[in-house]
Design a protein around this ligand. Structure first.
Ligand SMILES: Nc1ncnc2c1ncn2[C@@H]1O[C@H](COP(=O)(O)OP(=O)(O)OP(=O)(O)O)[C@@H](O)[C@H]1O
Ligand SMILES: [Mg+2]
Length: 462
């Protein structure tokens, strides 16, 4: 069953009231019981002392007869108070059901309880011994008060309490339901506002000032999510525009070149030239499309597969070897530094692709004859591979955006139509790092630029 805040609140209110009434009821019940007992004991005591005084003073039969009359008068018709006098002398006996009294009342003098066998009535009793005087032997005087009214009062109290408690619980549940509905109304308002947000109006936000403080957090989180969504949306729109733009140039070149070639009769050699340059443009298009497909897969959270434990320094060397012709041509050297014995779990092809992109950039952005450095640094559960090259310092503002797709620091070069990359190289480095549970980093200062990526040590072998 789905949870309902209203139902939970109502239930909790009800439990609170129940607990409160139970505690108060128990205390009141205890107090009432004690007071009733005290009251009965007072009554017993008064009656006992009264009779004792009369019995103690006289020992003759004449007075005894008068005492019996007195006890008769003091016994109410409903039998709620009773007297008994027990003795060995049959002349000095008094009370109803004496035979049974003899049996049940053999205990010490003082307070007690007894149930009359015939009527079944229960009496709270107080008894005492009175010494012999003249004709009278020692007697035992017992006074009893009926406990039925007492029990009745307590029962009535319990019933009233139960009825009151049930009523209070029902009332509080109804009120609680009503209060919860009112209290939760701002949630409804929030949903209404959220419902009015359109995809066209992504810059809209919930108005936090209109929400109660308790919902401000939720509203803030919601607005945060909207903000991120808007950013992603804008990035996507920008990306689409970039894709169109990137594809337009090679396509325009293709169309232009072909049109020129077709504009007049040409020799086979001239067509061959055209086809050759067309092929270059087509390959360029293919590499852009391939890179974008790769990034799209990485975006969908694809993790690197085919992981093997590899010697990082070895892989770096193998990648550099691939650049040997270009390095020889420009007179550039590459040094490998850092922890050369590091092992890492990686997809080797992806690792080499990422490092190649970094080396390509480093060579492209440094003067011929420069010394590049590839540093291998194990750090906090990951291995960092950093490529440093001397070259123009990149302004701080560009650094966080270098890894964005199609981002190029010097955009004028693009418009000048110079030969340059697509701006996808570092985006791919970032994707490879992400696929390996790693991250990227770019720093540039004092004429040296360092671009680095990491791969997580998951499954790292010593
Ligand atoms: N080592 C570096 N020194 C200076 N700037 C760099 C360096 N590496 C990258 N950049 C800047 O970052 C931008 C993005 O690099 P990225 O590798 O993503 O794209 P690209 O090299 O222009 O194209 P591609 O790599 O797709 O052929 C580059 O255009 C360049 O301006
Ligand atoms: Mg590049």
């Amino acid at each position: 069953m789905r949870r309902s805040i209203t139902a939970r609140l109502v239930l909790m209110f009800a439990l609170c009231v129940l607990a409160l009434f139970a505690v108060i009821g128990a205390v009141l019940y205890g107090v009432l019981g004690r007071e009733l007992t005290r009251h009965q004991n007072d009554e017993l005591n008064t009656n006992l002392q009264n009779m004792r005084y009369s019995i103690e003073r006289f020992g003759d039969l004449e007075h005894w007869a008068r005492l019996q009359v007195k006890m008769d008068t003091l016994t109410p018709a409903d039998g709620s108070v009773r007297f008994w006098v027990l003795s060995d002398d049959p002349r000095f006996l008094y009370g109803k059901g004496l035979d049974e009294m003899e049996r049940v009342n053999q205990g010490e003098a003082g307070h007690g309880m007894l149930t009359l066998p015939i009527s079944g009535r229960t009496y709270r009793t107080l008894s005492m011994r009175i010494g012999a005087l003249a004709e009278r032997p020692p007697v035992r005087l017992i006074v009893g008060v009926d406990t039925a009214p007492f029990e009745h009062t307590l029962r009535a109290f319990l019933v009233a309490l139960a009825v009151l408690t049930l009523g209070a619980v029902a009332l509080v549940m109804a009120l609680g339901w009503w209060i919860a509905r009112i209290g939760l109304r701002p949630l409804q308002r929030m949903s209404e506002e959220a419902r009015s947000l359109q995809p066209r109006t992504l810059s809209q936000r919930l108005q936090l000032e209109r929400l109660p403080v308790e919902l401000e957090d939720l509203g803030g989180a919601f607005n945060g999510a909207l903000g991120r969504l808007e950013e992603a949306w804008q990035q996507l729109e920008g990306f689409n525009a970039d894709v169109a733009h990137e594809l337009r140039t090679p396509l325009a070149n293709l169309i232009g070149g072909t049109q020129v070639a077709l504009s007049r009769p040409r020799s086979a050699a001239e067509f061959q030239d055209t086809l050759q340059s067309n092929l270059e443009e087509l390959e360029r298009l293919r590499s852009i499309v391939n890179d974008m497909l790769f990034l799209a897969r990485a975006d969908q959270g694809e993790a690197a597969t085919g992981l093997t434990s590899a010697d990082v320094a070895h892989e770096v060397e193998m990648t550099i070897e691939f650049f040997e012709p270009l390095l020889d041509e420009t007179g550039t050297t590459v040094a490998i530094e850092g922890e050369l014995r590091t092992q890492a779990t990686m997809n080797i092809a992806l690792f080499r692709r990422a490092l190649s992109n970094l080396l390509q950039n480093a060579i492209a952005h440094s003067e011929p004859g420069s010394r590049l450095v590839v540093a291998i640094t194990p750090q906090a559960g990951a291995t960092w591979i950093a490529v440093t090259n001397p070259g123009k310092t990149i302004a701080e503002a560009h650094l966080p955006r270098l890894f964005d797709r199609f981002y190029r620091v010097d955009s004028s070069r693009r418009d000048a139509g110079e030969i340059h990359g697509h701006g996808l190289g570092l985006a791919i480095v970032k994707a490879v790092a992400t696929m390996h549970g790693g991250a990227t980093r770019a720093t540039s200062a004092n004429g040296a630029t360092t671009i680095a990526f990491s791969i997580a040590d998951a499954g790292r072998t010593p």
